[in-house]
Design a protein around this ligand. Structure first.
Ligand SMILES: [Zn+2]
Length: 440
């Protein structure tokens, strides 16, 4: 389904004249598979069929041990506090001003603060989860941003939290962070700091964004009443999108849209997903994650070739001393298997959203000097994509050995040449190195 807001992002450079084979933007027609002389952009990086980012809000995380232990479990590979690491690439969120007893930057000791900063620099803490419940003024926001700036830490993703005053969301999250003149106004500071992607409380039950809005997967025969209600609620949100903007993202079912904050700042808003049969507010903790990351859910995500920014709170453990339940560990194991066998690319929220933006990159293919050249433009409208956002970009080609890739006219020296995937077609990719995890 086309997203009008995102379509405005799909304005790229016109094809250059004088070359044999004009390429095209990643338009709906292109995604449908219209080949250009045997060259076609693959929807996901090779060899994956789908993307998933665990976007875990740190609410009620009791201490540094649980916070870093969770990151270690998911990103590490050896023994960790909560069991053997799953070797995934998973991010986390951070906030600053919170009551005692809840892990946050200002509540952490010097050692933990240093570890937080290292994980921000590595990309493993990638979301600012508001400035916290106790951040009520522009001064609170400024103090936090000054601290991050002083240490060379950059965060580009904002996630609204509960009803924090610094939230951006007006309807669901009731914040005033983007209302000029409000005590908590900080949108100008945060956008200047680097915040570009914003979540304002929108969660869908539909498994797989960037694919048709299909409610069929919500109903579960084992839970007919609860899942029937969840499906009805999701259907109602789609209907409500006709009458107002609150649920427009549900209707389009895309992961990103261009939005404007009340302060006039332009951001990319994203949609999260919690496909629990009991609704978007069920199973959204460490003790419910196994009911969400189920085998049917992962299978459906891969089959639909969708995107999923998973809404959850992994710091909410029934008994932090005991860690994760066997069921939760099994769920992470299922996800790790899907990642390691090449079905579902598990990454951080920031990296997933970056690739979401890169869908709008234009490209063209031409035969020159006996080689097939694919030239990608990093320019999207008035923006220029970072090289990191183009990482993993994959093109089906007739002969991977003879294909070459360039970005903005500069050849990439170390492209990956991939054997045929499940479609039987070979491809070439821009390298997508894994984030280096600095074990805290
Ligand atoms: Zn929260």
């Amino acid at each position: 389904m086309s997203t009008p807001a995102l379509d405005t992002l799909r304005v790229g450079l016109p094809p250059r004249t004088g070359e044999a084979d004009a390429g095209h933007a990643d338009t709906p027609a292109a995604r449908a598979g219209t080949p250009v002389h045997g060259v076609e952009r693959r929807k996901m990086p090779y060899p994956y069929r789908a993307w998933l980012a665990i976007c875990s809000d740190l609410d009620e995380t009791p201490d540094a041990g649980v916070y870093f232990g969770t990151l270690d479990l998911l990103n590490g590979s050896g023994p960790t506090r909560f069991g053997r690491g799953f070797g995934l690439e998973v991010g986390s969120t951070i906030y600053f001003d919170m009551p005692p007893g809840q892990f946050s930057y200002w509540n952490a000791d010097d050692r933990a603060r240093s570890a937080i900063r290292a994980l921000i620099r590595s990309g493993h803490i990638d979301c600012l989860h508001s400035f916290g419940d106790l951040a009520t003024t522009r001064g609170h926001a400024g103090r936090a941003l000054d601290e991050l700036t002083r240490y060379g830490c950059r965060l580009e993703v904002w996630v609204d939290h509960a009803v924090a005053p610094t939230n951006f969301g007006a309807d669901i999250m009731r914040g005033s962070g983007d209302v000029p003149g409000a005590a908590a106004f900080h949108a100008d500071l945060s956008c200047a700091f680097g915040i570009e992607h914003v979540w304002r409380g929108r969660v869908t039950s539909v498994v797989g964004q960037g694919a048709d809005r299909d409610l069929a997967g919500i109903f579960q025969p084992r839970h007919p009443i609860a899942s029937g209600i969840t499906r009805a609620k999701e259907w109602a949100k789609g209907r409500a999108a006709r009458f107002g903007p609150k649920y427009a993202m549900h209707a389009s079912n895309d992961v990103l849209r261009r939005s404007t904050l009340r302060s006039g700042h332009s951001v990319l808003e994203f949609l999260r997903c919690n496909p629990h049969w009991g609704g978007v507010s069920r199973g959204e903790t460490a003790d419910g994650v196994h009911e969400v990351l189920s085998a049917p859910m992962l299978g459906r995500l891969a089959a639909r070739e969708g995107w999923c920014v998973l809404y959850t709170h992994l710091g909410k453990l029934v008994d932090p001393a005991k860690g994760f339940s066997r069921a939760a560990l099994d769920a992470f194991g299922r996800l790790a298997l899907a990642h390691h066998d090449g079905r579902i690319l598990v990454t951080t929220t920031r990296r997933l959203l970056g690739y979401g933006r890169a869908r709008a990159a234009t490209w063209k293919a031409a035969v020159r000097g006996g080689a097939l050249w694919i030239d990608v433009s990093s320019r999207v409208g008035a923006d220029r994509l970072a090289a990191a956002d183009l990482a993993g970009l994959t093109f089906y080609v007739p002969d991977a050995a003879r294909a070459r890739l360039a970005v903005d006219g500069v050849e990439c020296p170390a492209i990956e040449r991939n054997p045929p995937d499940h479609t039987g077609r070979a491809s070439v990719s821009l390298p997508r190195p894994r984030l280096a995890y600095p074990r805290p």
